[in-house]
Unconditional design. Sequence first.
Length: 395
Amino acid sequence: MLSELGAEVIQVEPPGGDPLRKLTPFGRKDYMFTDKETGEAVGAHFLHEMRNKYSVTLNLETEQGREIFKKLAAHTDIIIENDPPGHRDELGIGYRQLKEINPRLIYCWVGQLGQWGPRKDKPGMLDPVAQAACGFVHGTGDPKEFGGTPMRSALWMADHVGGTAAAMGILAALYYRELISGEGQFIEATSAEAIIRILDYSWAWYGMDGSIRPRFGNWDLAINIYAVNPCKDGYMMVGGGHDRLWYRIWRVVGDEHPAVEEDILGDPHLREVADRLAMNQQIKTYTMLGEWLKDNSRSEAEKKLSKQQVASGGVLYVNEVAEYPHFKYRGHVAETESSHYGKILYGTTPFQQEKTPGRLKWMGRPTGYDNQETYRRLLGFTSEDFTRLKQANVL
């Protein structure tokens, strides 16, 4: 995210590359991108998150590697790392040591359980466990009464939310350094704690009377209708967040099923938002909406509901998102031509800003691609230095 906003970001990888480079769906190599020059294959997920980043290699487990890292830190505004708590301090390259070299350094640690606390040294809080540990997974999925079980997000959502929190903390620290202190600081961000922040009313509800927010599938605990529903050619999201929308939904349905509209609008137990939230009322309304939707495609239902200004839309597949006229017009999904990997389809920057828009310069680099340029420019390395350090497995 910072690289899209113009930061010069250098990805420091161990010799041989970051293990994430090797991950690919179903382990299939044909789902990987191959560098035209070196033949190195890289997974699509890693490539997508490597946008605009330079790639250098450095073995921090060697004394020479750590000395080089210290020299790099002298030229750096921000360091982001995710080693186990205290590991960098033991190596002599943690914040305590590096701030003596560069007092303006902003040092951001992103990890599993934090640098302090009773469980800080325990493993296991990577993304899926972080999702489960913070209360998110328990509240996601169908209710037990419907045969459902807790369900994690298929995307690495906790890592992305945690990373976004880290980026915001970094920008705040930069602002503070430039306007107030003149010095850097230590920042800590974890995936689980970032998710804890976004669990909306779960905390206040529990604090009020000890109630635990239950799983409710695609239905909503506070709004009816507000859910994904099956339709003729897939699934449809229909939102009726307040009374006006509620009645507009049934006006649309009533054009084709007058008896349904009459039944719904005539039911005294459906007049107010709170009255519609009882299980029986939810079952009744979603069943009747489903009867209408089964005869309508996503596009037909959206067109009809839009005439009444009802928030609605089909559940789109990725291929449909790529060709969705609005997203396509605004450039949210685009194709780039990489000199290394050929054509790559990607989700573009979310930073649509007049003065400081986000932008793509390149999509990833082969492992260590920028060693020569980076180390020569920042540290004055010579050809002899590269030969010596490579032989010693430092680069």
